[in-house]
Write a protein that binds this ligand. Structure first.
Ligand code: NAP
Length: 322
């Protein structure tokens, strides 16, 4: 049993890395399975790796680039002895303790790692339209976060894609900065709640572009406009916007935990607030994987700290070695 770890952290965004800093400083020698490089937010460092400047993370009065911020988080965790592996967990088994975690072949008979506690911080991904250049231009005119990036579009004309509460909420927020916000929706009625709709309809800076889909993104180094198509007539036209906010929903990275941890209908893990306890004692969840409401780097980091303290206290109370 000497190979049994005190804590394994799955995922390395602000939540997982904050949990790593705290558990490392508590001498729990955490192993962080940080994910593998990819073009989505499901990668080491999480969603901030796909942003440019972060201006709302406390402690950086001049702002900081998203990837640099995450490098700093990681360096801080390593300084206290956190161990990192650039791999994705492929399977878990939480049915008995110690908990089992596989990397690579999920059908391998033996798990790759076993641990007394697991902190799940696999995050969430913004759904994207799947257009050419869409992911490359994130942080250069394309955004999935109005709270993060709205400020950069002062007095500009921008588009918000989607017709749900997120799109309407983001569009309404963006009117604080932009001169005009065009909501592009693929149907002629919104999915958003009535109160949000009413607010948007009453906002003179918001214009609705109905029955319309985005077909093309223009620009090489930054977004210089989009090409849209009317779903009824097939007619294509150019929209001269400098920003495009994609707000068609999020998806938590929880496929691996189906059948192992309790989750809501929308796939987000259920935690026993105000703690980070999941449905399995000794397994904790933090960050966007269990938060479909705030979704901010700083709230994720805060919950990562809570998960580390929850894991540490759980070990103190349940593990003789502690
Ligand atoms: P959502 O309700 O699933 O809405 C997604 C919207 O994007 C829909 O209008 C959908 O169009 C559109 N869409 C999806 N895929 C698309 C594609 N490939 N191309 C173009 N359009 C596409 O997602 P959400 O707005 O993120 O909301 C998620 C949940 O969070 C909801 O339960 C919502 O009520 C809640 N929420 C609440 C608040 C609040 O109360 N303040 C704020 C944000 C979110 P269709 O309508 O045609 O399907």
């Amino acid at each position: 049993m000497s190979d049994v770890r005190d804590v394994i952290i799955i995922g390395s965004g602000p939540a997982g890395l904050t949990a790593a800093i705290y558990t490392a400083r508590a001498s729990l020698k955490p192993l962080v399975l940080e994910g593998e490089p990819s073009s989505t937010s499901d990668q080491p460092g999480g969603q901030l790796m796909l942003t440019t400047e972060v201006e709302n993370f406390p402690g950086f009065p001049e702002g900081i680039m998203g990837p640099e911020l995450m490098m700093n988080f990681k360096a801080q965790a390593e300084r206290f002895g956190a161990e990192f592996q650039t791999v994705k967990a492929s399977r878990v088994d939480f049915s008995e303790r110690p908990f089992k975690v596989w990397v690579g072949d999920p059908d391998a008979p033996e798990p790759t790692h076993v641990a007394k506690t697991v902190i799940v911080s696999t995050g969430a991904q913004s759904l994207m339209l799947g257009l050419d250049k869409e992911t490359e231009l994130i942080g250069h005119g394309v955004s999935t976060c109005a709270t993060c990036d709205g400020f950069f579009f002062r007095d500009q004309e921008i588009a918000v894609i989607g017709g749900g509460d997120s799109a309407i909420e983001e569009a309404t927020f963006l009117t604080k900065f932009a001169s005009k916000v065009k909501i592009i929706h693929r149907r002629d009625e919104l999915r958003a709640s009535q109160i949000m709709q009413d607010r948007a309809f009453a906002n003179p800076k918001i214009e609705f572009v109905w029955n319309t889909e985005v077909k093309e993104i223009k620009g090489t180094d930054k977004l210089e406009g989009i090409v849209v198509e009317n779903t009824q007539t097939g007619e294509r036209s150019d929209l001269d916007v400098t920003g495009m906010f994609v707000a068609i929903g999020h998806r938590p990275n929880t496929d691996m935990f189906k059948g192992h941890l309790a989750m809501k209908d929308n796939g987000y893990l259920i935690t026993q607030a105000p703690s980070t306890r999941t449905s399995i004692e000794g397994v904790f969840a933090c960050g966007d994987v269990q938060d479909d409401y705030y979704r901010q780097a700083i709230t994720a980091a805060g919950s990562g700290c809570a998960a580390a303290i929850d894991a540490e206290r759980w070990l103190e109370e349940n593990d003789d070695a502690h």
